[in-house]
Design a protein around this ligand. Structure first.
Ligand code: PLP
Length: 359
């Protein structure tokens, strides 16, 4: 019950143990088509450029920035936790200028500050923000932020590593241009794969670049030779065959449950966890309006040794919860309710273990 990786359904683990076939085998190619179709359904998009990058969420992040940022570009980067800071590093490493919009850790991105940043920098090419900040447990209003970017003719890059599968995410409905996610959070799949999607507008921007994409591996023009239109697949890299079996199975499980049912399940168990924590006198960091059900930041009570509690939970109950990161280190615990980990048994076990440990 940490901030990810989450528990993996036995069906997903069993899928990983299937025999390896070639990454250009016709059976594998037909499975790739199904993975693409299911990713589009989960992300609610028709984007042709929708694929799993063969590497973790950080590589999905780099894929978005390395393709869309060129030297001299201005990118408005919102930071309200750890991961916005990594976006800034990406922009700067690819020669762009990051215009930072900062919000307190534990608060959502403030749309008024983003409007002000566009007013000051009307030539900004991209707005980048984290939908679900895993370091704090905050959900920002992606729909409103995308509307502001569209009004200012800017593209959007959205981090949906923790949001995908756990809360509403509507790529086409909200007009997101480039998005990356991860498999190890609410998809409940082993880590190491990053679903990404690019709108047609974003693809046109990549095609019109003045300079080549600085990464060979992440250049979408090249990798789409392998993940692009059905039936015309050419070798680009040796795909992680078994990890993709796992992704396929986890997407089947999620779509069988239904997206809205999965979001409701996350909310239901979050409400139960919250009620139990509050009954114990513990406090959640984030205002109710912006809380992520899948990542619960709990304020460490005065005088409690937070690291000792985490290690007692691990030793005595085999229960992992996360520590605070960055500005919140030592101040919060992060309790994940992600994907297959988000169930009644875990909530009850966590409350029981925590109560016995801090009493
Ligand atoms: N973005 C967010 C919001 C995350 O929570 C994480 C990982 O926890 C990442 C990016 C990076 O993903 P990965 O660790 O899979 O590279």
């Amino acid at each position: 019950m940490g901030p990810g990786p989450s528990d993996v359904d036995p069906r997903v683990l069993a899928a990983m143990a299937r025999p390896i076939i070639g990454h250009l085998d016709p059976e594998f190619i037909s499975m790739m088509d199904q993975v693409k179709t299911m990713l589009k359904a989960v992300l609610q998009t028709e984007n042709e450029l929708t694929m799993p990058v063969s590497a973790p969420g950080s590589a999905g992040m780099e894929t978005c920035f390395v393709n869309l940022v060129e030297a001299g570009d201005k990118v408005i980067v919102c930071q309200n936790g750890v991961f916005g800071g990594r976006m800034r590093e990406n922009v700067e490493r690819y020669g762009g200028t990051a215009i930072m919009v900062e919000d307190e850790w534990g608060q959502p991105v403030d749309p008024a500050k983003v409007e002000a940043a566009f007013a000051e920098h009307p030539d900004a090419k991209i707005l980048a923000f984290v939908h679900a900040e895993t370091s704090t447990g905050v959900r920002s209003d992606a729909k409103t932020l995308c509307q502001i970017a569209q009004k200012n003719n800017a593209l959007t890059i959205v981090d949906a590593v923790t949001s995908m599968g756990g809360v509403e995410l509507d790529v086409d409905g909200w007009g997101i241009d480039a998005l990356y996610s991860g498999t190890q959070k609410c998809l409940s799949c082993p880590p190491g794969i990053s679903p990404v999607t690019f709108s047609n507008k974003a693809v046109e921007v990549v095609k019109a670049r003045k300079t080549p994409v600085a990464s060979w591996f992440m250049d979408t023009n090249l990798v789409m030779g392998y993940w692009g239109g059905s039936g015309k697949r050419a070798y680009h890299h040796t795909a992680p065959v078994n990890a993709l079996y796992a992704l396929h199975e986890s997407l089947v499980l999620l779509l069988n449950e239904g997206l809205e049912n999965a979001w409701s399940r996350h909310d239901l168990h979050h409400q139960a966890l919250k009620a139990g924590l509050e009954a114990m006198g513990l406090e959640l960091l984030v205002d109710e309006e912006y809380r992520l059900p899948q990542l619960n930041s709990v304020v460490v009570p005065e005088g409690v040794d937070e690291a000792a509690v985490r290690s007692a939970l691990l030793q005595n109950y085999s229960l992992e919860i996360g520590a605070g990161l960055g500005a919140l280190a030592g101040k919060v615990w992060r309790i994940g309710l992600m994907g297959a980990s988000c169930n009644r048994r875990n909530v009850m076990q966590c409350l029981d273990a925590l109560e016995n440990t801090i009493r």
